[in-house]
Design a protein. Structure first.
Length: 415
């Protein structure tokens, strides 16, 4: 069967290939929302067709952000801290052209504006770009504005803070868009993103380069984070209407009861060896999602290492397909098993830096139950260095724990 958790990000990225690098953060937020789907994809690098992990470029932090105690003060008159949730006045329906006009009207009058354009990016998103120049070099400003399903937490987002009114605000200044070794053009980015409780979302991405984003045209982006905040929190914005909700397709777990996430976490704890120190409990999925995930960082005295489990119902897998883990075997009871050993978690130079390896196993039962377990040689899959030479558990040990009695396989709870 198809692995939607890999194909959807691929499709979204292909749809935005022509956009400025790293400027499409609203799409990236949807992908990274991301903690759940990322973890699900991790567990299903599998017979479900997920042959390779998708690794996105890391961003090196080089600046500060206005909502987390930064020394950079907001410009006079900004209402960033107090009014990010203020609703705009009633006006004409939003259009891409109107969005661009609003953006241009909020910019400082002393700046030269060029290469202005706007368009409907689909899914209720409008985009607008304009190149600014103060006489010291061009600086691209890119806007995305939308109304969509609300984002209510900072999960998966750095430089982020939840405001007292429930708005989620992310901002930073003068970051390299990639690891400096992969950014020969010296491109930097400043950004302000606001996610309001009612689904209104606005993102401003500002670069120290012109429209081409290949070589910097000035040392830093022209506008400060405080200036971007004033623009983003203006009450003159008119937001696109949210797209109609798509009908919910039938799920594999329909007709089967949900399982509490804490029950899955407790079962994981019960199958782990008793001599381990367990920290950083984590769960994801649950409820109508139709899948449960749980994890611990386990330490046997030789280094903390992550171990996680994923349980769900799926369309029954009855044979090895040549996709997924390195090895596959159909057992005598009809279950299809897959496993891989010492699998790198990155496919580029970051693997040499972090050195995290994974042992993975999967059991696909004939009745549609599926369980996957993964052990690492570090405290997390990405963005951390390994703590031991090899993953904490062998594939044989993982199979023994995955096949233990007591696992409950969750459905969606829907009939």
């Amino acid at each position: 069967m198809n692995n939607l958790n890999d194909s959807l990000p691929d499709l979204m990225r292909r749809a935005t290939d022509d956009l400025a690098p790293e400027s499409n953060d609203l799409v990236e937020r949807g992908i990274r929302r991301g903690v759940t789907l990322r973890r699900r994809r991790t567990a299903l690098l599998s017979l479900s067709g997920a042959g390779a992990a998708l690794a996105t470029a890391g961003i090196i932090v080089g600046g500060t952000h206005v909502f987390a105690g930064t020394p950079e003060a907001p410009v006079a008159g900004t209402t960033a801290a107090a009014a990010p949730n203020a609703k705009p006045p009633v006006s004409k329906p939003a259009t891409p052209a109107g969005t661009l006009a609003t953006l241009r009207g909020l910019l400082p009058e002393n700046l030269q504006q060029s290469a202005a354009k706007s368009y409907n990016d689909g899914g209720g998103q409008y985009r607008a770009d304009v190149v600014l120049n103060d006489g010291k070099g061009e600086s691209l400003l890119s806007l995305t504005i939308a109304t969509s399903k609300p984002i209510t937490s900072c999960d998966g987002m750095d430089h982020c803070k939840v405001q007292p009114d429930g708005s989620v605000v992310r901002s930073f200044a003068n970051q390299s868009i990639k690891d400096p070794r992969r950014n020969p053009g010296g491109i930097k980015r400043s950004a302000v993103e606001i996610y309001r409780p009612d689904g209104r979302t606005i993102s401003l991405q500002h670069f120290n380069a012109s429209l081409s984003i290949t070589q910097h045209t000035r040392p830093d982006p022209l506008l400060t984070v405080a200036q971007l905040t004033t623009i983003a929190t203006s009450n003159t914005w008119v937001y696109p209407a949210a797209p109609p909700a798509a009908p919910r397709p039938p799920q594999q777990g329909d007709g089967r009861p949900a399982v509490p996430l804490q029950q899955t976490l407790q079962t994981l704890k019960s199958v782990l060896p008793k001599n381990l120190q367990l920290t950083r409990p984590e769960t994801w999925g649950g409820g109508e999602e139709g899948f449960n995930g749980a994890a611990y960082v386990a330490n046997d005295g030789k280094g903390g290492a992550r171990v996680d489990v994923f349980v769900t119902y799926e369309t029954p897998v009855t044979k090895c397909t040549g996709e997924g883990p390195q090895h596959c075997k159909v057992r005598a009871d009809g279950a299809v098993t897959g496993w891989s050993k010492n699998e790198p978690t990155y496919g580029d130079e970051r693997q040499e830096i972090n050195g995290v390896l994974a042992n993975r196993v999967e059991i696909h039962y004939p009745d549609g139950r599926m369980i996957a377990m993964t052990a690492y040689n570090g405290p997390q899959e990405k963005d951390a260095k390994h703590t031991r030479a090899l993953p904490l558990f062998s594939t044989d040990k993982l199979f023994a724990m995955a096949g233990a009695d007591g696992w409950k396989f969750p459905g969606t709870g829907r009939k």
